[in-house]
Write a protein that binds this ligand. Sequence first.
Ligand code: GLA
Length: 698
Amino acid sequence: MRAWRLDDGRQTLALAATGDRLPQVVYWGARLPDDEDLSILQAAQMIDVTGGMLDENPDLSICPEATRSFPGQPGLVVRAQSGTPMLPKFCYHGDDAGEGALTLTYRDADHGLALIFSFAIDPETHLITAKTTLEADAPVHLHWLAAPVVPAPQLSEEMYDFSGRWCGEFQLNTTAWSPGMRYRENRTGRTGHEHFPGLLIPVRGATNAQGEVYGFHYGWSGGHRMVAEELPDGRRQVQWGHASRLEAGAATVFETAPLYMVYSNDGLNGCAVAFQRHLRDRIVTWAKPDAPRPVHYNCWEAVYFDHKVDVLKDIANRAADLGAERFVLDDGWFGQRDDDTRSLSDWQVDPRKYPEGLHPLIDHVHDLGMSFGIWFEPEMINPDSDLHRAHPDWALGSEDQTLGRQQKALNMALPEVRDFIYDRMAAVLRDHDIDYIKWDHNRVLPMPDAAQTRGSYALIDRLRAEFPQVEIESCASGGGRIDFGILKRTQRVWLSDSNDAIERLRIQHNAALFLPLVVTGSHVGPRTCHTSGRVIDISMRAWVAAQRHMGFEMDPRELTEEEARVLREVTAWWKTNRDWMAGADILRLDSADPAVLAEQQLCRTGDRFVVFAGKEDTSRQIAPRPIRLTRLTPDAMYRIELINRGTAHHLSRGTPELKSTPITVSGAWLMTQGITLPWSFPATMWVLEGTLTDKKER
Ligand code: GLA
């Protein structure tokens, strides 16, 4: 019997194999004792055989094999170059187990195939990273390759995954487990608003703050497939990989993207914190790791395509006065881009709008103490563009394809396309002092193709290598390309085109299951939201942006003096707190009131936190219900201050203590009774600061 285990302080993942067969995950959950005998676990977890079954139950291995009568979806579907289906049966070839890492190699000699599985566990973030590679002696066609397959918990009623739309990213779906499968497949060719590749499987009774949860994320930007399947015998499996048939050509090597997995014994937050920390501390490469995240100003919703240098300078003055530290020039500066029908791929400054080039505007922005960022949509081309006229064959897809936002995608698999776009972008970056790119991707592909995603990655990697000081924001009509694959090469996501603070509150709340503050862009939008028509008070708009990487996107000329004062004040608060908040954990709070979305950002040292309690809607009951905090020390005392208590409305007539003064209370009280806030209007946010005062000895 062969067995292996990966451990950290929280969890154990144990694998064991019958003879030379592919191993199964025989245990994944709370940490096991070091001397646990894995051969006993292997034998003991085996399910019984009765009527209507084979004489031995096929293994739910890390790549379930059709050839071993596996009664569910196989982990590999492959054909020979002739098109003949291959039915391999893999046997042990070798293993390599190091500290927190494991590589297993299995071969099928008859078909000349090898599977290589790799696992690594991070002792600090608790994330397990797993990947499968297929190697073939002769080129083969790949239809489906799963990253290492794991069983799902039995004591779970349901699973949560994500869908969404433009201006409505990170919507949680709840699906009950039942025989058969939940099959998500994203065939759009980009991560998509509709298909964030994440899954959370709560064990019965789990909430944000307590209980066991299993979390998954597939780090790939080209479209994924997820299978969560319950077999007739009751076992459950979870598979992740690229969308099926994403590889167009025959090849000798294929690999999945990394699958990130974690077991939590303290609720959804245990998964969220693992993903947040791992992304921030292990995946993202920061241009200036120690520099604070600058407050952004983005001009899109102020001027759209109507660029006038004097107006932009005036806006920059006002943005700097409000506290902005980086000015991002959005779409409209290149080619003849007067609307969204033309010029994508003509990445040269428009001399009609910028007769002296971009330098006068950039110098002005720098003189105001702000850095300068610029918008590109590198993978795209309008039929009405110089490049398309010269090279119509560089566009991806057929001539009669349906356009998306009047544009086509470029074929990023072609080196000459990548070279051309690289040269144009590099010229802009070389000629100007620019430290930031907003990198957009506004349409789905005409057909999905893994080579396109690899081409995009290669272009970004090349630019990053030459311009390591330039940060990149991943945008795709808002949050259409958010995943750990793109975030390996970018530093921020434009979470949503919705600057509606109420919509944003929920999008941010759900996105925090995976994303930390530092990568999550959030801007203060116009008074009347351009995508929802809703009029939202500046205080709510400002505090919602202050929950993440803060910025502004409205036309500052519309601000009243009072609005500007509030915005300045909240921005100053954000700057004072951003250093510790950058490393904090975002913890979703279990709210007793469905109208209130609350979160607690807890400093890594545990000695300070901020709670944002946002009211999406009017509550059903009259008075606010208490909100329980989390992850505090029960016998420590905390000073709690409602920092915006001055904004209480006169219809709040009572005297809850927090309305007039800070209170000092124990962690036990805060986590059990919870905080009772003053009555408030919908579309408002209470903000509480907490500080550890002393630790009492029991
Ligand atoms: C996309 C982005 C917007 C803006 C426009 C510009 O829609 O999501 O923020 O940059 O493109 O065309």
